[in-house]
Ligand binder design. Structure first.
Ligand SMILES: *[C@@H]1O[C@H](CO)[C@@H](O)[C@H](O)[C@H]1NC(C)=O
Ligand SMILES: *[C@@H]1O[C@H](CO)[C@@H](O)[C@H](O)[C@H]1NC(C)=O
Ligand SMILES: *[C@@H]1O[C@H](CO)[C@@H](O)[C@H](O)[C@H]1NC(C)=O
Ligand SMILES: *[C@@H]1O[C@H](CO)[C@@H](O)[C@H](O)[C@H]1NC(C)=O
Ligand SMILES: *[C@@H]1O[C@H](CO)[C@@H](O)[C@H](O)[C@H]1NC(C)=O
Ligand SMILES: *[C@@H]1O[C@H](CO)[C@@H](O)[C@H](O)[C@H]1NC(C)=O
Ligand SMILES: *[C@@H]1O[C@H](CO)[C@@H](O)[C@H](O)[C@H]1NC(C)=O
Length: 269
């Protein structure tokens, strides 16, 4: 009796741990609405919490880094088509930039786009709903702030001025014809049904950038850097993993494009 109760409690406990939340959260986890030391290798980090819920949403992120007291604007985006959303509980989309290497007041203006099933669609009607939302976070760089440390900065689970996006994704999915689907590679022409209101709340400050995450971000930053530069630093690996060329192709493309248009004033890698 005692043992079975214990087992039951263990099962119940595991159950709550294993059951993924319905809610996909997309948050800007760094920078926060705070003051940091300027740095020419400054990470901008988005997190998809309960990332498995993004599988059938075809999400994308585009953002701009803005100088609040000047006219500099850097436009960036994340190619997410090849992301394996079931790989990890939290997927981090990040980029390092030298846009914040001086003192200033800055804004990260970011937009999340996603698609979901249109449950009310008539046969041969528009099967997919497109949704978009834009958020903004302001932060400051000052030489008097302590050295940039994303791990320390995100260790605080309380923060203010950090908006996020929460999407209540149900288990219900629908197969849709390819004509209406532009989604990622692993989505099988399947859309997910998003629950109607109420819109769940987000908690951007709960997602921490720990040392392991930081190390993996630095490793992929180095890989990108090595692929983009002819004068490779000594740390550059000799061999590239099979997955890198795709991501880098997208980035190089963006660099060409922004460069050609004359907007390319900062390095982001
Ligand atoms: C930039 O930040 C990194 C940590 O992310 C730190 O190691 C480096 O020293 C900083 N650079 C400057 C110039 O402060
Ligand atoms: C995605 O990752 C999961 C867990 O690591 C793995 O089992 C699965 O095969 C991967 N899917 C694809 C399409 O690579
Ligand atoms: C888009 O998402 C928002 C927030 O989840 C929701 O309020 C709105 O109804 C959605 N729009 C459509 C067309 O589904
Ligand atoms: C936080 O955001 C508010 C409003 O966007 C802004 O006025 C304030 O300066 C920001 N704080 C820092 C430290 O940048
Ligand atoms: C965490 O951030 C909150 C809000 O900005 C602040 O009041 C609190 O002092 C911080 N805690 C620590 C340990 O830095
Ligand atoms: C995609 O569809 C194929 C064939 O219909 C099926 O074998 C496979 O399990 C599906 N994959 C996912 C991720 O739903
Ligand atoms: C998500 O939607 C489901 C189905 O409508 C609902 O039961 C659940 O309470 C919602 N979750 C949140 C956090 O709003």
């Amino acid at each position: 009796m005692h043992i079975s109760t214990t087992i039951w409690m263990l099962v119940a406990c595991l159950g709550t741990v294993i059951k993924a939340s319905d809610v996909l959260e997309v948050n800007l986890v760094f920078p926060r609405n705070e003051t940091y030391a300027p740095n020419d290798t400054f990470p901008v980090v988005f997190a998809f919490k309960n990332s498995e819920r993004a599988t059938h949403l075809n999400p994308s992120i585009s953002y701009s880094l803005r100088d609040e007291d000047g006219d500099k604007v850097y436009n960036l985006w994340h190619e997410l088509r090849w992301v394996n959303w079931t790989d990890q509980e939290t997927y981090f989309a990040h980029r390092y930039t030298n846009a914040f290497s001086t003192e200033g007041r800055w804004r990260v203006l970011w937009t999340v786009d996603w698609n979901s099933c249109n449950v009310e669609s008539p046969e041969y009607g528009n099967e997919v709903i497109s949704n978009t939302t834009t958020k903004s976070t302001m932060f400051t760089t000052s030489n008097s702030a302590p050295k940039l440390d994303p791990v320390a900065a995100t260790a605080n689970k309380t923060c203010t001025g950090q908006p996020g996006v929460a999407i209540n994704v149900t288990d219900k999915t629908k197969f849709i014809s390819s004509a209406h689907w532009e989604g990622g590679e692993y989505t099988n022409h399947t859309c997910a049904v998003v629950a109607a209101s109420p819109i769940p709340s987000t908690n951007p400050c709960r997602t921490q950038i720990d040392k392991t995450t930081l190390a993996s971000m630095e490793a992929s930053q180095l890989a990108r850097y090595c692929d983009l530069h002819f004068n490779k630093p000594a740390e550059c690996p000799d061999k590239k993993s099979a997955a890198q060329p795709l991501a880098v192709a997208g980035l190089s493309c963006l660099l060409c494009l922004t460069g050609a248009l004359g907007f390319f004033l900062a390095l982001h890698y």
